[in-house]
Design a protein around this ligand. Structure first.
Ligand SMILES: O=C(O)[C@H](O)[C@@H](O)[C@H](O)[C@H](O)COP(=O)(O)O
Length: 317
């Protein structure tokens, strides 16, 4: 794979001690001299900044202190390189957690993420992944029929799920016959059943469900899932799944996982491409004077939180 920069940032939230470790040489061609070294330096400060903000967000939400252990930021010259790395990362976690737990719970978002998963449906992953262990969920879904052009289920089905042998009974789409309130409640009930049947784990740190891997996107305004800047839903700290009827991004009616659920995931991967998203990336990882905390800055994970950025998204770091 060509032109990849790695900045590995390890920190412990209890002591707020931060260390930076380079695990791969900076062998990334044109990206090397500029972005990688500068990025590493900025990334170090960004990690501490982010850590403090994450902890603040948690206490605001009345949830136990963050237990995130490791944050990793990867910058790729092209989206093609990013997609290749994302496929390997997902396949490696599927192998590791599938062996450890017997199942692999994966959460998808909508948007451009699905296109960036395209390499999973190609060799070697199409043959090597134990698809029978996968259980697939959505971090957010638009309240539209499943065959509607706006449906995140349809997007994922057409671009990914229809091309891999995941069991249909392991794909947890929303009930599209219900209202937004009803669909959110129904989805939360479904998750509770899966906890009882040991398919879905519970975080011993937070008491919220602990998905194995969430694959998240971010909007140009810094939103994640259907949690938008300044919206009261960002502070929801009891429900697992909630609903919104005034989404600034159309369509207006959606259901969404809440932050306590997102941040209880074992692994969170945030996939961000394009210059239009460089501002919120800078706010989260770089030097920014803005005191408003964007939803993307509230994301963490229990084991590891990885940012997959193309160089345009990382251009302000
Ligand atoms: O249903 C949705 O709208 C998404 O789940 C949403 O949170 C998405 O991930 C971001 O808006 C990024 O979308 P893009 O990658 O297409 O910009």
């Amino acid at each position: 794979m060509a032109s990849t920069s790695f900045a590995f940032l390890t920190f412990t939230t209890t002591s707020l001690r931060t260390s930076v470790r380079r695990t791969t040489p900076f062998n990334c061609g044109s990206h090397r001299s500029g972005s990688s070294i500068g990025f590493n330096r900025v990334g170090f400060r960004g990690a501490r900044f982010h850590c403090l903000k994450t902890t603040t967000a948690y206490s605001m939400a009345g949830v136990a202190a963050a237990t995130e252990k490791k944050k990793r930021v990867e910058v790729f010259d092209t989206e093609e390189d990013l997609a290749a790395s994302l496929a390997k990362y997902t396949a490696d976690l599927s192998d590791k957690l599938g062996k450890e737990r017997g199942s692999f719970t994966v959460v998808l978002s909508g948007g451009s993420l699905i296109k960036s998963l395209r390499k999973l449906v190609e060799p070697p992953y199409i043959d090597s992944i134990e698809w029978g262990k996968w259980h697939v969920f959505w971090v957010d879904e638009r309240v539209v029929p499943k065959d509607h052009v706006d449906s995140n289920y349809k997007l994922a089905y057409d671009g990914f799920l229809s091309k891999v042998p995941i069991l249909p009974g392991h794909v947890y789409a929303i009930n599209d016959a219900l209202s937004a309130e009803g669909a959110a409640e129904d989805y939360e009930t479904c998750l509770k059943h899966l906890v009882k049947s040991n398919i879905l784990a519970i975080s011993s740190a937070t008491g919220f469900p602990k998905f194995d891997l969430m694959l998240l996107g971010m909007g140009p305004d810094g939103h994640v899932a259907s949690l938008f800047p300044g919206h009261p839903l960002c502070k929801e700290n009891e429900k697992w799944v909630t609903f919104i009827k005034d989404s600034p991004k159309p369509p207006p009616e959606r259901i969404t996982f809440t932050f306590p659920v997102i941040n209880s995931a074992a692994y969170n991967a945030l996939v961000i491409c394009g210059a239009g998203k460089a501002g919120p990336v800078q706010a989260a990882l770089g030097n920014s004077q803005n005191s408003d905390v964007l939803p993307v800055q509230m994301v963490s994970a229990e084991e590891e939180f990885t940012w997959f950025l193309d160089k345009e998204a990382a251009s302000k770091l």
